[in-house]
Design a protein around this ligand. Sequence first.
Ligand SMILES: *[C@@H]1O[C@H](CO)[C@@H](O)[C@H](O)[C@H]1NC(C)=O
Ligand SMILES: *[C@@H]1O[C@H](CO)[C@@H](O)[C@H](O)[C@H]1NC(C)=O
Ligand SMILES: *[C@@H]1O[C@H](CO)[C@@H](O)[C@H](O)[C@H]1NC(C)=O
Ligand SMILES: *[C@@H]1O[C@H](CO)[C@@H](O)[C@H](O)[C@H]1NC(C)=O
Ligand SMILES: *[C@@H]1O[C@H](CO)[C@@H](O)[C@H](O)[C@H]1NC(C)=O
Ligand SMILES: *[C@@H]1O[C@H](CO)[C@@H](O)[C@H](O)[C@H]1NC(C)=O
Ligand SMILES: *[C@@H]1O[C@H](CO)[C@@H](O)[C@H](O)[C@H]1NC(C)=O
Ligand SMILES: *[C@@H]1O[C@H](CO)[C@@H](O)[C@H](O)[C@H]1NC(C)=O
Ligand SMILES: *[C@@H]1O[C@H](CO)[C@@H](O)[C@H](O)[C@H]1NC(C)=O
Ligand SMILES: *[C@@H]1O[C@H](CO)[C@@H](O)[C@H](O)[C@H]1NC(C)=O
Ligand SMILES: *[C@@H]1O[C@H](CO)[C@@H](O)[C@H](O)[C@H]1NC(C)=O
Ligand SMILES: *[C@@H]1O[C@H](CO)[C@@H](O)[C@H](O)[C@H]1NC(C)=O
Length: 497
Amino acid sequence: MAFRSLLFLTVILLIHPAARSDDDLPSDAELAAFNRTSFPSDFLFGASSSAFQYEGAANVRDKIADQSNASKADEFYKLHQDDVSRIKNIGLDAFRISISWSRLIRYKNDTPVLRRRGLEYYNNLINGLLNTSDGQRRVEPFVTLFHWDTPQFLEEKYGGFLNESIVNDYVEYVNFCFKNFGDRPVYQYALAVGRFDNSSQNCPEGNSGTEPYIVAHNILRAHAAAVKLYRNNYTDSQKGKIGIVLNVDWLIPYDKNNASDRQAVDRAFAFHYGWFMQPIYNGSYPAVMREYIGDRLPKFNITESAMLNGSYDFVGLNYYTAGYAMDVECSKGPKNYYTDPCVNVTKQRNGTDIGPKSCSGWLYVYPRGIRELLLFTKNKYNNPEIYITENGFSTCNHRDINDPRRTAYHYHHLKYIKSVLPDVDRVEPAKEKNKNVKGYLLWSLLDDFEWNSGYTVEFGIIHVNYTEDSLDRKYKHSAKWYKHFLNPMLKEIGSPK
Ligand SMILES: *[C@@H]1O[C@H](CO)[C@@H](O)[C@H](O)[C@H]1NC(C)=O
Ligand SMILES: *[C@@H]1O[C@H](CO)[C@@H](O)[C@H](O)[C@H]1NC(C)=O
Ligand SMILES: *[C@@H]1O[C@H](CO)[C@@H](O)[C@H](O)[C@H]1NC(C)=O
Ligand SMILES: *[C@@H]1O[C@H](CO)[C@@H](O)[C@H](O)[C@H]1NC(C)=O
Ligand SMILES: *[C@@H]1O[C@H](CO)[C@@H](O)[C@H](O)[C@H]1NC(C)=O
Ligand SMILES: *[C@@H]1O[C@H](CO)[C@@H](O)[C@H](O)[C@H]1NC(C)=O
Ligand SMILES: *[C@@H]1O[C@H](CO)[C@@H](O)[C@H](O)[C@H]1NC(C)=O
Ligand SMILES: *[C@@H]1O[C@H](CO)[C@@H](O)[C@H](O)[C@H]1NC(C)=O
Ligand SMILES: *[C@@H]1O[C@H](CO)[C@@H](O)[C@H](O)[C@H]1NC(C)=O
Ligand SMILES: *[C@@H]1O[C@H](CO)[C@@H](O)[C@H](O)[C@H]1NC(C)=O
Ligand SMILES: *[C@@H]1O[C@H](CO)[C@@H](O)[C@H](O)[C@H]1NC(C)=O
Ligand SMILES: *[C@@H]1O[C@H](CO)[C@@H](O)[C@H](O)[C@H]1NC(C)=O
């Protein structure tokens, strides 16, 4: 009896605090006690950004929640030197930027021509991060080569990634990047863009039964060709690493006792993670995708498979949220990327949310999912080197620099990441550990232009005041917390310039 109640208590102690703390705001004492010294000393901490969402001096059309556009964004193009000072003030080890293909290259009668001013801008930005004069901190640039901004010229010429002609143009573009920036570390990014559902209001065009798969197929071909070029012509001299960044949600069976729901999880996972990860891992699409999509899923030929196989030095994972997957009858209506897996992914189970809500309908907080994803990736894909390249929480109050829920979000996710890193104090089964997790870059340094949400949601640890022409920046509570986390010996947390 005594033994039984002891066991019972142990179970409560292990599970109850963890379950509670995921949703709770950590106390000041808990925040203060957690800092980077409990991570390996070479673990990189940083923040992420992207060209289109930050730079300004760009234009887009329609479909944006607040009818805004990215023509101004954060004016990072103009203000980046001050922002680099902020990055150094917080104490980041790494900062992820993306290169805008169109800012670097223009097409003159089909021939790519380097834009001097674009080149100068990215050189300044990268050199500013690396600059160590006057005792400045060196910040490692993570350079994303493609973050959703296909040149309009190629979009009009042949439909962008819908046409395999993109592969040669992409290789030409990345060759410019490798040649000009590659003497400093280079990392690559790709993400699926496609007209997933042509019955939706935002994108009523195109054939949703085939196009998402064609676009992804060409992204993968372009990725493989870029990696091949880098490895053949640049790795030896530049010693950089090249990889891919994938956006992955964690999934849980709606009913864990239902075998169909457990299979639905595997299927939904194959459709969003395996779709990209398995081709670069071993040159093939997941068998379940072939089974459910049939001939609408393109095929790689032998040469392409061989080129894809192992085409990464690391994998970047963007993790934000999780969902419940439920097996559902396959749609008798239109076949598209959403209906093909025959899975319903929801954020509620029996009326209860999977975790606290953010300002974004798709983002419910589920920190332990990051741990599951890191262990899953290790076991399924032979233990690749991993960076968390995005992880963040959205708010929508537009003025508040007091953001305890954002701080809590990063705190809990970092706790779960720490839980998979080898711990010198405790011996745990190796399958519960993943020592190949090498860094954490949160999304995002600044509030920014959030695609179809425009400026209506914020992810930044630095507030950008869009009502002021100067786009005044202010550190939020979360930035001060991150600074303390990275510099635990500091008594006073620096205030904004
Ligand atoms: C972008 O937004 C600004 C500010 O609202 C507006 O002046 C400009 O005309 C817009 N540009 C485009 C291309 O819609
Ligand atoms: C590097 O920093 C020094 C001193 O702060 C500054 O004078 C110089 O312009 C910086 N160089 C670059 C490329 O940012
Ligand atoms: C791809 O674009 C080329 C022109 O660059 C065109 O000849 C070809 O038909 C296009 N292919 C597809 C599948 O649209
Ligand atoms: C929309 O996509 C469906 C497949 O999901 C396709 O059958 C249909 O032809 C597409 N509509 C248009 C206008 O292309
Ligand atoms: C890559 O290297 C090969 C062999 O040295 C060379 O033939 C080729 O032109 C190079 N490619 C580019 C894009 O520089
Ligand atoms: C949902 O609630 C019902 C009624 O309480 C219960 O029978 C069922 O097991 C619950 N389902 C899950 C997946 O928890
Ligand atoms: C599992 O869930 C499916 C779909 O909701 C349902 O049709 C099936 O009866 C369930 N199976 C069991 C064993 O509960
Ligand atoms: C590729 O890897 C997946 C995932 O580990 C595995 O299921 C599949 O059998 C492999 N395919 C080939 C052709 O090796
Ligand atoms: C595979 O496809 C590529 C185009 O992506 C083509 O250049 C190559 O010749 C094909 N190889 C084989 C073996 O069919
Ligand atoms: C998905 O699940 C939600 C919540 O249970 C339900 O409201 C919705 O109708 C389901 N959709 C499909 C296609 O089954
Ligand atoms: C943003 O700017 C407006 C107008 O100058 C000002 O009233 C407001 O206090 C600013 N917000 C923050 C968080 O600084
Ligand atoms: C930083 O974390 C370490 C290890 O977890 C802890 O021992 C130390 O007290 C913390 N430092 C501060 C200043 O809180």
